[in-house]
Design a protein around this ligand. Sequence first.
Ligand code: FES
Length: 220
Amino acid sequence: MSIRAITEEDIKNLEILAAKYPERRSALLPMLHYVQSIQGMVSPAGIQTCAKVLDLTPAEVAAVATFYTMFKRFPMGKHHIGVCTNTLCALLGGDELWKELTDTLGIGHDETTVEGLFTIERIECQAACTVAPVVTVNWEFMDSMTPKSLRELIEKLKLGAPVQSTRGVQITSISDSERLLAGFNDGKYSDSPLADDSMLAGLRVAKQRNMSAPAGKGVK
Ligand code: FES
């Protein structure tokens, strides 16, 4: 898979991100997302470019890029599929979903299908346990998944058919998601609802029972 070179236009966009923050180095995470949006990974050239724009050493940028698992040092496919296999999702079917996905695509964790369509990853808790088991496509949520709905999802993505997150967002590509995460909203993604009824159930019960969290030590 060929990696797109970083252009002058890209450097201008990285400069725009750096200029958003009082401390330019605070822009590093959005900048790495931008690099990933254009290259499908964070390449050595991407690391060098971010370092140059922020006046950091490549080692300092590489230390950040290699700490966060969202940043990949290998080219991703068009779609990134995550399956949450943390405790609650695993208990409610996440392990079966992971088996279904690896069996269907014939690849494992952090691997990409040969035609370059899918990269898959076992992911940690997405703070969406109320709708477990959870799958993400390009970091958009697919709630309450089953092996059947996962198979159907993969088929649709293979065919290039329109796919929506269970929360309404149109799925496009990991590249578009990374651009959005960098801070460039090109309108391809609409706003998701902030919380559904199941997510608010605990809060509702707490209010009905007049419950509140105990104050922490030293908090008045
Ligand atoms: S354990 Fe999967 S979203 Fe929390």
